[in-house]
Design a protein around this ligand. Structure first.
Ligand SMILES: Cc1ncc(COP(=O)(O)O)c(C=O)c1O
Length: 381
């Protein structure tokens, strides 16, 4: 018997984490795993809800209204944009479920989805598992959106363009000007532009990030996804949301309902409570992250004989290139076994990224210091 995905490998990020977990004393700069507990006010709020037995049933299919209202209220407060909580928002359990619900709701067989390249590896898997065709749209040399390239890749089968802003693994921020151009090109062709803004709070130096939500009223082909996963270190709660125009949202809800019934109810309550501490919390983590980003860049600057890299403007990754080999996989395996340090090979982000690797710098400071020392020792051996 053949399996449709048997020629595809599992995500290299997860593969390296798994391999690393089998080797003693390995430290990992591969997958980001929150290094701090969920903020106490969120936990306290949830404990109260559990004690009152408010988490012990499905949410009214498929959400808690209070959560959708809070999301809409935050966008209104921050961007003065009105989103109808009932007509435009679906609460999902995680990123892939949000993206997959969108894909399953919109695509017909043979449709194509353009993904920027490099990008979050799981989008490609979402498209593949739904049996549709991912098309790679390389970023330009400045790691920015290449509108001309995307334009050339659009065919009569293109249904959507998906990317995160800010981007993983490059840490690029795509400007609203470019996003508007993309929405303009795609609007008439009924192509959705799906933007994942999960790193919206991780912006360095004086860079400015603004949500594409400001285009929501003028461009019904805009779809946004976001989550509390990164901002509040809540990856383990598995809770996301998707914002889409009414007709599309109805279709997404149908798919979501059949996949999952509803996102975990305790996680929905936890997400509601984040809005009480949002600004105070994000201010705190921004400072910590800026320190880590600056420290990491300073250390990597000492390795310029071995690697080239661009300074990330956002998110918490650096995506350097070995300047002595294109075999990123073999080199990351060597580093894993000899330096006991887990990184992610660039080819995990699509084949054209051979020779690159990804470092995640959101770690405890002492650990970050130790891990970068290991990397330096490896290169200077
Ligand atoms: C852009 C982007 N979206 C989604 C995710 C996944 O988030 P979650 O694990 O909460 O589903 C990641 C994880 O690295 C990511 O980089």
């Amino acid at each position: 018997m053949n399996f449709p995905l048997e020629n595809e490998d599992m995500s290299l990020i997860k593969k390296f984490e798994l391999e690393a977990s089998r080797i003693p004393w390995v430290v990992s700069l591969a997958q980001w795993i929150p290094r701090y507990p969920t903020p106490q006010p969120i936990v306290d709020f949830l404990i109260e809800k559990i004690k009152k037995w408010e988490t012990n049933r499905y949410s009214i299919v498929p959400w808690l209204p209070q959560l959708r209202d809070s999301i809409a209220a935050r966008y209104f407060e921050k961007y003065n944009i009105e989103i109808d909580p009932e007509k435009n928002i679906t609460i999902t359990a995680w990123a892939i479920e949000a993206i997959s619900s969108f894909l399953l709701a919109t695509l017909f067989p043979e449709d194509e989805v353009i993904l920027i390249d490099p990008t979050y590896a799981s989008y490609r898997w979402c498209v593949l598992t739904a049996r549709w065709k991912p098309i790679s749209a390389p970023l330009d040399d400045n790691r920015d959106l290449n509108i001309e390239t995307i334009k050339k890749l659009i065919t009569s089968k293109t249904k959507a363009i998906i990317f995160p802003n800010p981007n993983n693994p490059t840490g690029s921020i795509f400007s609203l000007d470019k996003i508007k151009k993309l929405l303009e090109i795609t609007k008439e062709k009924n192509i959705y532009v799906v933007i994942d803004e999960v790193y919206d709070e991780f912006i360095y130096d004086n860079e400015i990030f603004q949500s594409a939500i400001i285009f929501f009223k003028s461009y019904p082909n805009l779809v946004l996804v976001n989550s509390w996963s990164k901002t509040f270190g809540m990856t383990w709660w598995r809770i996301w949301y998707i914002i889409a125009e009414e007709r599309l949202n109805k279709e997404i809800i149908k798919v979501h309902d059949n996949l999952l019934t509803c996102a975990p109810v305790h996680s929905q309550w936890a997400a509601i409570s984040t809005f009480e501490i949002y600004d105070e919390w994000t201010k705190k983590i921004k400072k910590q992250l800026q320190e880590r980003r600056d420290y990491t860049i300073k250390q990597l600057n000492q390795l310029k004989d071995f690697i080239d890299f661009q300074i990330p403007k956002a998110a918490y990754f650096v995506f350097p290139k070995f300047n002595y080999t294109d075999n990123d996989y073999e080199e990351c395996i060597n580093i894993l076994h000899k330096a006991r340090l887990a990184l992610v090979p660039g080819s995990g982000f699509w084949n054209r990224w051979k020779g690159h690797f990804r470092i995640c710098f959101w770690r405890d400071f002492d650990d970050l210091k130790e891990w970068l020392e290991r990397l330096k020792k490896y290169f200077w051996k």
